[in-house]
Ligand binder design. Structure first.
Ligand code: SF4
Ligand code: SF4
Length: 386
């Protein structure tokens, strides 16, 4: 087994605390809702990190099973912050699964994270300025309801042309993001399951346990084990709002971005309002809590935690502004706010989804699935041995 004596120092780059403070008392394990007789959670990971058992950590699912309720850190008599360590290990593992090396750069260098976001934003603005400028003649750009015809406010484009171009861009971007994310998830599978040559998993078990993946993604149920139930509700609101927004703007854009302004109760508007409400509420609440540092789980914020919240908040806010300008027939404010909206949305999707904070939304349900799959395979092996 590979031992890295530098590990406790390395993990500090990902936001970990001083692990050497831990004197192995076990209070964190006693309080953690995930602890069982067989698994000393999170102390096992604390010890592995202190001892530099890198191989053990690299194939562990424990950091993903933790939902950062902060109760272990509250209880720790040495302020070793075991909950914060689990968070730092999640960042470390995200970097480990990512074969491009970009996650590591984004998590350990402010210059890379800010630089990449600024670069993608600038690229979006340049593309609009060069190829999709606003129309010089706004005549006829208002529809029957008095709203802006959003698909015709670009010079030389009418009807479905503009939304068609953005839609192609969305599918290309969605394809690239999915490629990176899925290949990194494949790496996670390799590190967790396939490195153990003795673990035999029949194909039917992969299918039998697959429901865990969808169930845990859709419900975020593991957060309900936290003492603070509001944490689960807000996490779910954010996840569902974000997923709906992603689906509407990447997959269903021609349905979502129409010339006609639909009445208030049209599903297109209701979905938009729900997604915006969920994202704004959760991002504002968590930003305030992170600033106040009143709860253990909000005491230490990594720069990537802040960037994710800020980008999400600004995406929702600029989306609302586009909508308000649009329904009030303000042609040029609608256009320029749309460009700003895209200049925030695109880097948020391109940087955050495959490489940074967002990835936990994908890795956590996959980890829960792998955890159940591994346990079922071990149970099967034990039965076969009897
Ligand atoms: S992290 Fe804190 S609570 Fe957990 S074993 Fe170490 S000293 Fe005890
Ligand atoms: S943060 Fe909560 S779930 Fe995570 S290890 Fe600590 S007590 Fe357990």
């Amino acid at each position: 087994m590979k031992i890295n004596p530098q590990f406790s120092l390395d993990i500090k780059k990902y936001g970990g605390m001083d692990l050497n403070a831990c004197f192995n008392c076990g209070s964190c394990t006693a309080i953690c809702p995930l602890s069982t007789a067989e698994s000393s959670f999170p102390r096992k990971m604390v010890r592995a990190s202190v001892l530099g058992l890198e191989d053990k950590i690299n194939c562990s699912l424990d950091p993903w099973l933790c939902f950062y309720c902060g109760e272990c850190s509250e209880t720790c008599p040495k302020e070793a912050d075991p909950g914060g360590l689990m968070m730092a290990l999640r960042r470390y593992l995200t970097s480990l699964y990512d074969w491009t090396g970009l996650s590591k750069k984004f998590y350990t260098s402010h210059a890379w994270e800010f630089g990449a976001i600024a670069l993608v934003s600038l690229l979006v603005i340049t593309l609009f300025a060069l190829f999709l400028p606003p129309t010089a003649d706004p005549t006829g750009l208002l529809n029957q309801e008095g709203g802006v015809k959003i698909n015709s406010f670009v010079e030389g484009m009418e009807g479905e042309q503009f939304v068609g171009i953005i839609d192609i861009g969305d599918w290309v971007m969605g394809g690239i993001i999915s490629l990176f994310l899925l290949s990194n998830i494949f790496n996670m599978f390799r590190k967790v399951l396939w490195r153990d040559k003795n673990l035999k998993i029949p194909l039917y078990l992969y299918l039998q346990e697959a429901w865990n993946l969808f169930f845990h993604f859709a419900t975020q149920i593991s957060f309900s084990k936290c003492r603070d139930k509001g944490y689960w509700v807000f996490h779910w609101l954010l996840m569902s709002g974000y997923t709906l927004m992603f689906t509407c703007i990447v997959i269903l854009l021609p349905w979502f971005q129409t010339e006609k302004v639909h009445p208030f109760f049209h599903p297109q508007r209701l979905i938009g309002y729900y997604a915006t409400f969920g994202i704004l509420l959760a991002t504002v609440l968590w930003s305030v809590q992170r600033l106040k540092k009143s709860q253990e789980k909000h005491r230490y914020s990594h720069i990537t935690d802040w960037l994710f919240l800020i980008l999400l908040f600004l995406t929702a806010l600029t989306g609302i502004l586009v909508h308000l300008f649009r329904i009030n027939g303000m042609i040029y404010p609608t256009y320029y706010t749309y460009v700003v909206h895209m200049a925030i949305l695109v880097p948020m999707l391109v940087i955050e989804v495959p490489f940074s904070k967002w990835t936990h939304l994908a890795y956590r349900p996959v980890a829960i699935y792998l955890h159940h799959l591994k346990n079922s395979a071990l149970e099967l092996a034990q039965k076969q041995q009897k």
